[in-house]
Design a protein around this ligand. Structure first.
Ligand code: 5AD
Ligand code: SF4
Length: 439
């Protein structure tokens, strides 16, 4: 093997995992690894996994099976499992799949170089601790490679909310906010490397309360500090909890020009009975009232949400309450799931809804959301938006980017480069994107 080793990372699940994968690649850069897009070339394969739903964990095992021939052909190949499945089932993975050399939980990835060395020496390496030290602070000497125009920046991790269906409080641990100065340093560094839009990430990002120079800062205060970073043009954040939508954050949506008019605010259900059983500590009415206040601050905001159907003991009537809530909100985007039993969570022990019934509810809910999404997208035709161009499109000369509302917009024969911001008039609405012309 040459000195340069190749690393193939496959990422599942949420955007926080995308961010973590980038950080893992950087930290392993210090051990001589460069990233490759093909597992066949790799000296190390890392699966950065998600545990949020059952199928996600099953995918990991089938993916590992696929790598078996690669490992047989190249005994030096090291295989690692990272992320939330690693955290929850690390030891079981090692037993079930002996070809796995390394298991690393989401809070320990700064320890990867030592773990990699151990694996190279032929030992198994497993670390699913919640270490005292800050994993982000251990990632010094990052290579200053040029970046694309958009980037994620994790500002908060973990969750103390304990929704009855969710594994996050167990796999990612208690809520921790990163200090303000570190976040601002990282943001400035990203901007120097070409980034123009930053999405602040956290499992409950709007519960952010990181240490600032004058006490704890809210997410809104952090956004206003980022607003002053020259060269940073757009700020987004995800994912939020309705109970943490502070007045200052709502006001920022109306007043901060760099904060984009898009809000992902999961409600999960529109039935107060189910919300209570989910331990959500908000009602359908309080959620609708909150959206009213947000829309008063920023009338054109595009709302996004998450829904679970078939939660234990959900009746057709409960489901109809969810459909009614969706009609009242009018979503531009949404993610919806059938309830999936997660071992160790309170809801796992309760009477389950019939599988076919749950599937039928999901189909009906998704049809309604698609209709709303489509109508909102079609309503963009004729309007002027600002597009941040990210990459060439499928057709020659075409460039593609995102509008303020996170709609994909493509422009034909546009004299624009990656990272340019331009005003665009929308002329057509297709199945997954909008077509526009430069103004
Ligand atoms: N079953 C189905 N969906 C779930 N989610 C979280 N846990 C579960 C589960 N056990 C969904 C929620 C959450 C999103 C990230 O995943 O809607 O907001
Ligand atoms: Fe999971 Fe609920 Fe926390 Fe979101 S708020 S991460 S759904 S426990």
């Amino acid at each position: 093997m040459s000195d340069v080793k190749k690393l193939y990372i496959k990422t599942y699940g949420c955007q926080m995992n995308v961010y973590d994968s980038e950080r893992m690649a950087e930290v392993l850069g210090g051990s001589g690894y460069v990233e490759t897009q093909t597992p066949e070339d790799a000296d190390m394969i890392l699966l950065n996994t998600c545990h949020i739903r059952e199928k996600a964990a099953e995918k990991v095992y089938s993916e590992l099976g696929r790598f078996k021939p690669l490992k047989a052909a190249k005994p030096d190949l090291k295989i690692g499992v990272a992320g939330c499945v690693a955290q929850a089932e690390g030891e079981e993975i090692m037993l079930r799949q002996p070809m796995v050399d390394l298991v690393v939980g989401p809070q320990s990835y700064h320890r990867l170089p030592a773990m990699e060395a151990k694996a190279r020496a032929g030992e198994k390496a497993l670390d699913t601790d919640f270490p005292e030290e800050d994993k982000f602070e251990k990632l010094k000497n990052r290579p200053k490679a040029q970046r694309g125009p958009t980037a994620f920046l994790t500002v908060q991790e973990g969750c103390d909310k304990f929704c009855a269906f969710c594994v996050v409080p167990y796999t990612r641990g208690a809520e921790v906010s990163r200090p303000v100065d570190r976040i601002l340093d990282e943001a400035r560094d990203l901007v120097e490397r070409g980034v123009r839009e930053i999405t602040l990430l956290g499992q409950n990002v709007n519960a952010y309360h990181g240490a600032g120079p004058d006490g704890d800062w809210s997410l809104a205060k952090l956004i206003w500090a980022l607003d002053k970073v020259d060269g940073l043009e757009r700020i987004r954040f995800t994912t939020s909890h309705p109970n943490d939508m502070g007045d200052d954050l709502i006001a920022a949506h109306g007043e901060c020009a760099k904060l984009m008019p898009y809000l992902h605010l999961p409600v999960q259900s529109g039935s107060n009975k189910i919300l209570k059983r989910m331990n959500r500590s908000h009602t359908a009415e309080s959620y609708l009232k909150l959206i009213e206040r947000i829309r008063a601050a920023r009338p054109d905001i595009l709302m996004s949400g998450d829904f679970i159907v078939g939660f234990p003991e959900e009746t057709e009537e409960d489901f109809q309450d969810t459909m009614e809530l969706i009609r009242q909100v009018n979503y531009g985007q949404a993610f919806s799931f059938k309830y999936s039993t997660r071992p160790g969570t309170p809801a796992a022990e309760r009477p389950q809804v019939d599988e076919d019934e749950a599937s039928d509810r999901l189909t009906r809910l998704q049809a309604l959301i698609t209709q709303q999404q489509r109508a909102i997208q079609d309503g963009m035709v004729g309007r002027e938006v600002q597009v941040l161009f990210e990459k060439p499109g499928r057709l020659d000369g075409q460039m593609v980017g995102k509008s303020e509302y996170l709609h994909a917009v493509h422009v034909a024969d546009a004299p624009v480069a990656r990272g340019d911001l331009a005003r665009v008039r929308i002329v057509e609405s297709g199945p997954n994107s909008l077509a526009g012309v430069l103004i």
